[in-house]
Design a binder for this molecule. Structure first.
Ligand code: FES
Ligand SMILES: [Fe+2]
Length: 400
């Protein structure tokens, strides 16, 4: 890659983001392979925009914590004694050790204080003092300002039960930017759901946007998922909402002759229905997404949200969280349901990975392919380009 490649790449992004959907084109292939473009994304998107890091049920009680490694800085989400949530850096202010290293501590748990395991500096987790140094042994013979020593705090917003964090103190609040999705999401009551399970696929050999774009359209049901999802949720019946800004949504009715899907061992893949759903929610699947990297599949019995976390220009991790109503966990057979649901997810993900890896191989060819065209079902991909152009090339301002 030539070093002058980035300006021309951003120029091409800006040009493409001006096109109407009817003449929309795929992003330049180099946007999925270039180191320079990737560094810019790390800086202007993942390092400074709102990104989903989990669900409130993962930090339900005072003292609970959730480790987050999805952004540039390692974080821990904590809940204090008042029930308020905090997003703290995990980089100890002494010699910068990870205060909750994954080698020795679980991803989630409960803590009264944070103690760095290296030289045992401790940090408070309560209320307004969250992150404040509580103790640093053998530091009394040097000049050291304890009061000024504090783990940096990131901004955190809870949006429909999802934990959204942002490193930029000046970024506008997220909720108003996503107001268009409120009515679509409200019936599902996401904030009241609990986690059934999480799954992850680490080190997928494709740029994160390839996977996010795959998760943002149902057009591929007829190809990648011909024998699975397409039988229940035919892609051609999807209606994509005309959203603007950084959120999108679409709805696919269940196939009229659909049979209740079963897992490989014959267990029915239906859990307890979410309370209070209307006919529309009971009759199909809603997909909603938030740029940069979150997509949700909202079903009558639960919600799965997926985040695609970049690990390099051509590598990402895919993180899945399955949410169900609390009552589902009491139901006999819940463990069998979870096992069957996980297996089903693996089947679908295996199908998606064939496309995701295959697209990345196509993008990396020389000469690079260009000028791919969109179906009307790929509106979210076209919308995503406007988001990218605004964040990376400073083009236009998205309508909230
Ligand atoms: S690096 Fe944390 S106490 Fe030394
Ligand atoms: Fe898929």
């Amino acid at each position: 890659m030539l070093h002058d490649g980035l300006p021309s790449l951003l120029g091409e992004l800006a040009r493409i983001a001006e096109l109407p959907l009817e003449r929309g084109e795929t992003l330049p292939a180099r946007a999925y392979t270039s180191e320079d473009f990737y560094r810019l994304e790390r800086d202007r998107i993942f390092g400074s925009d709102w990104v989903c890091v989990g669900h409130v049920a993962q930090v339900a009680e005072p003292g609970d914590y959730l480790r987050v490694d999805d952004l540039g800085e390692p974080l821990v989400i904590t809940r204090d004694e008042h029930g308020d949530l905090h997003a703290l850096s995990r980089v100890c202010r002494h010699r910068f050790m990870d205060v909750l290293p994954p080698e020795t501590t679980p991803d989630q748990g409960s803590l009264k204080r944070l103690t760095c395991p290296y030289h045992t500096w401790t940090y408070r987790l309560n209320g307004e003092f969250a992150g404040q140094l509580a103790g640093a042994p053998l530091m009394n013979k040097v000049e050291f300002d304890r009061a000024a020593c504090r783990l940096p705090l990131h901004r955190l917003e809870v949006w429909h039960g999802l934990l959204m964090v942002c490193a930029d103190p000046d970024a506008p609040p997220l909720g108003p930017q996503l107001a268009d999705l409120d009515a679509t999401l409200a019936p599902y009551g996401l904030a009241d759901l609990v986690v059934a399970y999480t799954e992850r696929w680490d080190g997928v050999p494709a740029n994160w946007k390839v996977a996010f774009e795959n998760g943002s359209e149902n057009y591929h049901h007829m190809g990648s998922h011909a024998n699975t999802l397409e039988q229940i949720l035919p892609g051609k019946d999807t209606v994509v909402d005309e959203c603007e800004g950084r959120g999108f949504s679409m709805y696919t009715p269940f196939a009229p002759d659909m049979e209740i899907p079963k897992g490989p061992d014959g267990v029915e893949l239906v859990s307890t229905l979410l309370p209070g759903l209307g006919m529309r929610q009971l009759s199909g699947m809603t997909v909603a997404g938030v740029f940069p990297n979150l997509a949700m599949a909202l079903m009558p019995d639960g919600v799965a949200f997926v985040r695609w976390v970049p690990r390099g220009p051509a590598t990402h991790d895919a993180l899945v969280t399955s949410l169900v109503p609390a009552a589902a966990k009491q139901r006999p057979g819940f463990d069998a349901y979870v096992a069957a649901s996980k297996e089903q997810f693996r089947v679908i993900q295996t199908e998606d990975l064939v496309a995701i890896r295959g697209v990345q191989r196509g993008l990396a060819t020389d000469p690079a392919p260009s000028g791919g065209r969109f179906s009307h079902l790929e509106r979210p991909l076209w919308q995503f380009q406007r988001y990218l152009a605004e964040r990376l090339a400073g083009v236009g301002a998205m309508t909230p």
